[in-house]
Design a protein around this ligand. Structure first.
Ligand code: ATP
Ligand code: MG
Length: 490
């Protein structure tokens, strides 16, 4: 139990306005020190030049979820009648039952109705909290399109920047006495780590917070955690321990390709005729995506990933057609015989023209080893592609070596060439949307830090590392060297 006296002192130190402290006392919701700091920050959102987003993040078990519902229900909903709040929670870790428990515990002193069926908690003054549950990002769409005065997001780093952006567009109000706001709680790591860090943590660390306020959470903030819980966190290793026990956001360990810079590596335009050599790579999936990347190398040793084909739930035949169409979208310089001349005429009688690229122009078309393993009916995926005119050969599938090659290709754009920085030699055309979205989200494998943590796409095909695997195959597999050797002794 938190003593009332301790609570009151902590509320003053945190800078909570008196009426807020009173609201919590009335509801008998006694928050802890760090939670009160978050609540004081939430009140700053009332001011015309105050923040519009509050982030409470860091270690696991710091009391973040408890705070979020408390702030919305015991403070915001009580002081503004008819307030409409949306609380987005990820199911799995915290399902509706959890919400039920928390609601009962937090609001047993506040008269309210709760419709478990509709997931709506209503207070007597007409204020409501709509409990929105999501498993995949796409589930959130069901709640969007409407207007909410407050939006609370649990586990915000499980969302991509785009989804967070979508959510913010629904945070608006028609109430003259209210400024709309977003409260989020989260732990470091996850697909949203990078944008969350940029939006909340960097301004916090640089003491330059404008639209946001960030409250760092530590496991030690919460006296309600049992001692065993801390032990569980202490037994973690690598970046997870730093993230979940210490709430450390500077886990470069989180992101694998820290040298990837959109402004350097993603190109708007590419002149196909610069290519000296063309190649492609395929990462196979059926339920998961099949991703094919088309790349080329120019005369200066730069590699360009110029096109991408990504689809799932398709049979090889359909992929094969799409791959051929993708290849044919590109041009190459070819020596073409002049009209009326015999085909093997002298070069001077031929002219150089661009023509559509063909599969047979590719120096190599590689795929992961799974494509070559026999299925129960004796066939291989590679065999099926062969039937449709695509000859695949096995890629270099050494993961650590492959990632190192990709890393080498990105160079060191943040270090000047004069200071010995490695020049980037690997570039991606902006049309390769899936690859561009995948790469920054890749994380180190905590058990094998030099490797990338494997991730599958969700049911809607969001996320997953298929495009990155295709890039690894493409970059790490070199053309066969044809070497002339003298036969000796025979
Ligand atoms: N002020 C409080 N009064 C009573 N119980 C609290 C208080 N703050 C937190 N708790 C309890 O501590 C436990 C952990 O808190 P909570 O689930 O909010 O942490 P969290 O930071 O959201 O954890 P995670 O990082 O795992 O999501 C919960 O059982 C919660 O109800
Ligand atoms: Mg939580």
């Amino acid at each position: 139990m938190i003593e009332r006296e301790t609570f009151l002192n902590a509320a003053v130190v945190a800078g909570c306005p008196e009426d807020q402290t009173r609201n919590f006392i009335t509801a008998k919701v006694l928050l802890q020190e760090r939670q009160l700091i978050a609540s004081a920050a939430a009140r700053l959102c009332d001011q015309p030049d105050g923040p519009t987003a509050i982030g409470y993040g860091g270690a696991r078990g710091g009391g973040k979820s408890h705070w979020l519902l408390a702030q919305m229900g015991a403070d915001d909903c009580q002081r503004v009648p008819g307030l409409k709040c949306l609380l987005l929670r990820k199911v799995g870790k915290a399902n509706l039952e959890h919400f039920e428990d928390l609601r009962r515990r937090l609001f047993n002193q506040l008269p309210h109705d709760f419709s478990a069926f509709r997931g709506i908690l209503s207070f007597n003054n007409g204020s409501r909290i709509i409990a929105g549950h999501f498993q995949n990002e796409k589930d959130i769409d069901a709640y969007l399109g409407l207007e909410y005065d407050v939006i609370g997001i649990e586990e915000a780093t499980t969302l991509t920047a785009r989804k967070y952006q979508d959510i913010t567009t629904c945070c608006r109000t028609s109430k003259p006495n209210w400024r709309p706001r977003i409260y989020s709680t989260t732990n470091p790591g996850g697909v949203g780590h990078a944008w969350y860090r940029t939006k909340f943590i960097v301004p916090f660390q640089g003491a330059k917070e404008d639209e946001t306020r960030f409250i760092p959470a530590r496991v030690s903030d919460n006296s309600f955690n049992n001692p065993e819980y801390r032990k569980v966190l202490e037994h973690l290793s690598g970046w997870q321990k730093r993230a979940w026990l210490d709430g450390d956001w500077d886990i470069a360990a989180g992101q694998y390709f820290t040298t990837l810079r959109r402004e350097v590596h993603v190109i708007e335009d590419f002149d196909d005729t610069r290519a000296r050599e063309w190649f492609a790579a395929l990462d196979y999936g059926f339920a998961h995506y099949t991703v094919v990347l088309l790349g080329c190398r120019d005369g200066d040793g730069n590699t360009f990933i110029v096109d991408e084909h990504a689809a799932r739930l398709w049979l090889p035949q359909r992929h094969a057609e799409a791959i051929k169409a993708m290849v044919a979208r590109h041009q190459m310089n070819g020596v073409v015989a002049m009209r009326g001349q015999p085909r093997l005429s002298m070069r001077s009688q031929a002219e150089v023209q661009t023509r559509p690229l063909m599969l047979s122009d590719l120096q190599r078309f590689v795929a992961g080893a799974d494509v070559f393993s026999r299925q129960s009916d004796g066939t291989t995926i590679a065999g099926q592609y062969e039937k449709h005119g695509i000859t695949l050969r096995v890629a270099n599938t050494d993961r650590v070596h492959g990632w190192a090659e990709v890393m080498q290709g990105f160079g060191e754009p943040n270090v000047g060439l004069a200071e010995g920085g490695v020049r980037p030699t690997l570039f991606i055309h902006k049309r390769c949307a899936r690859l561009i979205e995948t790469l920054p989200a890749l994380q180190h494998d905590p058990n094998r830090p030099e490797d990338v943590l494997k991730v599958d796409a969700d049911e809607d095909g969001v996320g997953g590392d298929d495009a990155a695997d295709a890039l690894r195959y493409l970059v790490a597999t070199k053309s066969r060297q044809i070497r002339e050797m003298k036969l000796r002794g025979l």
